[in-house]
Each structure stands twice: as C-alpha cells, then as structure tokens.
Ligand binder design. Structure first.
Ligand code: ADP
Length: 339
C-alpha cells in the first residue's frame, strides 16, 4: 500500500471503530442484561464483516482495472460467457495476454533480425561494384586515360560493375513489390505454348551467346490454357532458363517439359549443368543465397532471382520444387492451374 493511501485507510478504520465502539457502548447501556464479552464478540464480528466487504470491493475494482487494460491490448477477456470476471477467468486472460505479448516480442525480434541481415547483405552486395568502379576511375585519373586501349578496358569493367548494381537494384525493387503486394497477381487464361514462345524469344540472344540449346516437350495439348499472370510467369521461366544456362559448362542443354497433372500442368526446366550440392538445396530460394558466390557474381547474378520466382509461384498458390545431382544437372518443377 502506498503512503498516499495509508492516511485515508487509517482514517476510515478509525472512523469505523469509533462508530462501532460508540454503537456498542450505547447498546450495552440499553441491553444491560447482555454480558460484556458478547458485545466484544459482536463488535469484532461486525468489524471483520465490514473489512471483508471493503477488501472484496477493492479486489473487484482492481480486477476490473486489469481486465480493462488487457482488453485494450486486444484480448477478449469474456469470450462470450457471463459478464462477471472471476479470478479463474482473470488468470486465463492474463495467460493469453502474456502469450500474446511473447508472440509480439518474438515477431519484432525476428523482423529486426531479418532487417539487419537484409541490410548487411545489400551493403555487402553493393560494396564490391562500388569499390571496383572507384578503383577503375582512380586508375584512369592516374594516367590510364591517356592510353586509349587501357582506358577502354577499364571503362568496360566499370560498365560491368554498373550493370551488376543495376540488376541488383532492379531485383530488390521487384522483390519488395512482390512481398508488399504491390505486384498484385492478375490471373487470366493464357495459352501456355504462346507464353513459352514469348519467353524463349526473350532469352534467345543470351542462349545463342552461350551456345545453349533449348528444347520444349509438350506432353499435353500445346494450346492448353493455364490460369496465371502471364508477365510474372514469363519472369519465372526467364529466370529458370537463364540460371540453367548460367550454371552449366559446355554443351549446354536446357529441356522444358510440360506434363498433365489432372487439374494442373507441371512445367519442368532441366539442365545438364553443375548441379547443386544436397546441403544447399534447401536454401537456394533464400534471398542472396548462392552456391558458388564467385561464379554467380561473375555472371551478373544478384542472388535474388530464385526468391522472386518462389514468391511469384506462392502468389499463384502453386508449388515449386528442385531436384539436383551435383555435377550432373538440376531440374526445377512448378505447377499452374488449368483454366
Ligand atoms: P543468382 O543471381 O546468383 O543466379 P538465384 O537466386 O537465381 O541467384 O540463384 C541462387 C543460387 O542458386 C545461384 O547463385 C546458384 O548457386 C544456384 N542455382 C540456381 N539455379 C541453378 C541451376 N540451374 N544450376 C545450378 N545452380 C543453380
């Protein structure tokens, strides 16, 4: 009890005992035949009953106050049952409230951890190209600019670093838009063979430059309609095909297969490349996760491509899986609903 409440409580008790004592003295004089000790017992009992009532009122008020504060945090303390809040219910509500607070703290901690990791990755990814560009510019200023051949070489390298930053920033932009729902997926019937043809046209020059052969095998009617956002699925196919080429050595072969799965179709993209070691398979859809960091960066990869692919497929309520044999090749499979 705080000092501030000690004074009114003491005064209240003094008043109570004075009134009760006065009443007892008065009653003792009226009913003289009643023995004195009985008046003491009655006095003590009355005082006890009045104190119990006061304590009860005080506890009820406090329960109400706690209940109100718990309800303000969004926990329903009554759960549709009777209006009175018993101690059992209060205990239950406090339990629920504590669990809710623990969840909120955990969520905040994991967001903070994610933010820290993401910022660390982004700055790490940007650091290398920026330092490279800085180095090339300083070398040019130091005299390399006077030799046209060397100058051209350094400028080309600087341009490559700029490309790397541009692709990273573009991918980060796409990923954040997909994650925050700014890229809402508009599902419409799309003829699958046309969608694949469009994608192949887009990757044609990259495939030619890398001497890669791409084949398509339809095991369903080619003109089948699927329900999807065509621009986004083109992005998925593009990403998977470019990766299939990027992570393969000579004699690059990419096989696209479309299979029937009753209400769905399954599209697989298979390569004969380096493959992905078993230990990395579960992590390749994570942001910035790379199996061979040097090779990915050298090929201009941002490490975000597969996270974008996974998000797009998730937004379609579909699944994507990967199987791979280290050194033999990799197959990505994803599904789409038939229209
Ligand atoms: P990146 O920009 O590095 O290509 P991705 O998110 O597209 O990023 O891919 C993540 C990592 O997964 C790549 O760095 C690579 O190590 C691995 N990977 C993706 N596709 C393939 C593939 N077809 N074959 C082998 N490794 C792959």
């Amino acid at each position: 009890m705080g000092l501030g409440r000690l004074v009114p409580v003491s005064l209240g008790l003094a008043l109570l005992f004075t009134v009760l004592g006065g009443a007892m003295v008065y009653l003792d004089s009226v009913f003289e035949e009643v023995p004195d000790f009985l008046w003491y017992v009655i006095f003590a009992l009355l005082a006890l009953v009045l104190m119990i009532i006061a304590i009860y009122i005080n506890i009820t008020k406090r329960i109400r106050r706690i209940q109100k504060r718990i309800e303000e945090s969004g926990v329903d303390t009554m759960q549709g049952s009777s209006r009175t809040m018993t101690l059992d219910k209060l205990e239950e509500a406090i339990g629920e409230w504590t669990a809710k607070q623990a969840r909120v703290v955990q969520e905040l901690e994991s967001r903070e951890e994610f933010r820290r990791e993401y910022m660390g990755n982004v700055s790490h990814e940007l650091k290398t190209p920026i330092f490279n560009i800085q180095g090339y510019i300083l070398t040019l200023l130091d005299g390399a600019k006077d030799d046209p051949k060397i100058a051209a070489r350094f400028l080309k390298r600087a341009a490559k670093s700029v490309d790397r930053m541009t692709s990273l920033i573009k991918d980060m932009d796409v990923l954040s838009k997909v994650e925050t729902g700014q890229y809402d997926i508009r599902l419409e019937p799309v003829q699958l063979n046309l969608l694949i043809e469009d994608t192949l046209q887009g990757v044609e020059s990259y495939a030619r430059k890398n001497d890669a052969k791409i084949s398509v095998d339809f095991q369903v009617d080619e003109r089948i309609d699927v329900l999807c956002d065509s621009a986004r699925i083109e992005q998925v196919l593009d990403n998977l095909i470019v990766n299939a080429i990027k992570y393969s050595d000579d004699n690059k072969k990419v096989k696209i297969k479309v299979q029937d799965l009753e209400s769905k179709v399954q599209i697989s993209i298979k390569d004969n490349g380096f493959g992905i070691p078993e230990k990395d398979l579960g992590r390749i859809f994570e942001r910035f996760y790379r199996v061979d960091k040097a090779r990915s960066r050298d090929a201009g990869g941002s490490g975000l491509g597969l996270s974008i692919v996974k998000h797009i497929i998730d937004k379609h309520n579909q699944t994507i899986t990967v199987t791979s044999k280290d050194g033999k090749g990799t197959t990505f499979k994803f599904t789409l609903n038939k229209a």
